[in-house]
Design a protein around this ligand. Structure first.
Ligand SMILES: Cc1cc2nc3c(=O)[nH]c(=O)nc-3n(C[C@H](O)[C@H](O)[C@H](O)COP(=O)(O)O)c2cc1C
Length: 294
């Protein structure tokens, strides 16, 4: 096919406006459009062209509810016209390699695990891009990780498959939201070698992204004590007792925490991330995938 770049500028301008859409209208995505954007994803690069994935297209209300419940009850999952569930999939190769007398340990090597994650993101992002250029909004849902037991039966997942990502798709209900801040170009992209940041450079880069945003701590119990307890446990993963206590007391005195304290202290709470890493690993093992079986 002769390639035509006439619309490249328009596509680039469009992509600079991409955002995660979390409110969808009732309009359904037509079958042919959905199929086409998924086909774009299947053309994505893949390590060794192995394509160690499958995609389950979920439109059925009951299955949407299942995903909604498995993924932390995020409302947009139910509202989405379609949810794509991306599986790491060594099941098909497990069968095929035996049929062809080939050696096969991909489901139990960390390197293949990493490559498969790279592949899945390439495919998912191509689909996200194709969807956005077609006027379809989307939002990734990572919280399917660790929840295979909740969806395994209904989605008929065989051994050696693992759900790693969901992409909710639908037509946006509202106009594009205000642009969310991203790190500046110079904070992320370096010529030839890693940039010699000063601590001050890094401070400024993130302050500029987060604009000094703070989050008020809850005023009333039990929410207040729950938040403080969670925050303290998170702090103790990274600071000695007395320092953690000092940081906590300052937060209590201020009545708020800053954005990184929220991100790593409450949202992706550090101690919780440590605990659930083990749990996610066990969840993968229960599906016959052993990412660290060296
Ligand atoms: C791997 C991954 C998992 C994500 N999981 C969720 C999620 O569970 N819920 C959600 O609302 N957004 C999720 N997001 C979307 C991010 O919150 C979003 O990309 C980020 O806030 C930046 O906003 P933007 O996409 O509008 O630029 C996820 C994004 C990625 C890449």
């Amino acid at each position: 096919m002769d390639r035509n770049f006439e619309n490249a500028r328009e596509a680039l301008n469009q992509m600079k406006e991409r955002y995660s859409c979390r409110a969808f209208s009732d309009e359904k995505i037509p079958e042919d459009i959905l199929k086409e954007i998924i086909e774009v994803g299947l053309r994505a690069a893949s390590g060794g062209n192995l394509q160690p994935y499958s995609i389950i297209v979920v439109k059925d209300e009951e299955n949407k509810n299942l995903l909604y419940e498995a993924c932390g009850e995020q409302k947009f999952i139910q509202e989405a016209s379609v949810n794509l569930v991306f599986l790491m999939d060594w099941h098909k190769y497990d069968i095929y390699t035996k049929q062809k007398n080939a050696p096969f340990v991909a489901y139990k090597t960390f390197f293949h695990f990493l490559i498969a994650m790279q592949d899945i993101m390439c495919t998912a992002q191509s689909i996200e891009t194709a969807a956005f250029l077609s006027g379809i909004g989307s939002c990734y849902v990572g919280s399917i990780i660790g929840e295979s037991s909740l969806v395994k039966e209904k989605l008929n997942l065989p051994d050696k498959t693992y759900p790693v990502l969901v992409l909710s798709l639908g037509y946006p209900k509202n106009a594009s939201p205000a642009k969310i801040n991203k790190l500046s170009y110079d904070t992320v992209v370096f010529d030839e070698k890693y940039r010699d940041f000063t601590d001050e450079d890094i401070f400024k880069a993130y302050e500029s992204k987060y604009e000094g945003r703070t989050t008020n701590l809850p005023q009333k119990d039990p929410y207040k004590s729950e938040s403080l307890e969670k925050f303290k446990k998170a702090l103790l993963t990274s600071y000695p007792d007395d320092e953690a206590q000092r940081i906590l007391e300052k937060a209590i005195e201020d009545g708020f925490i800053n954005e990184t304290q929220r991100r790593f202290g409450l949202h992706y709470a550090s101690h919780v991330m440590q605990e659930i890493s083990k749990w996610a690993y066990e969840d993968m093992e229960s599906m016959g995938i052993f990412p660290n079986d060296i």
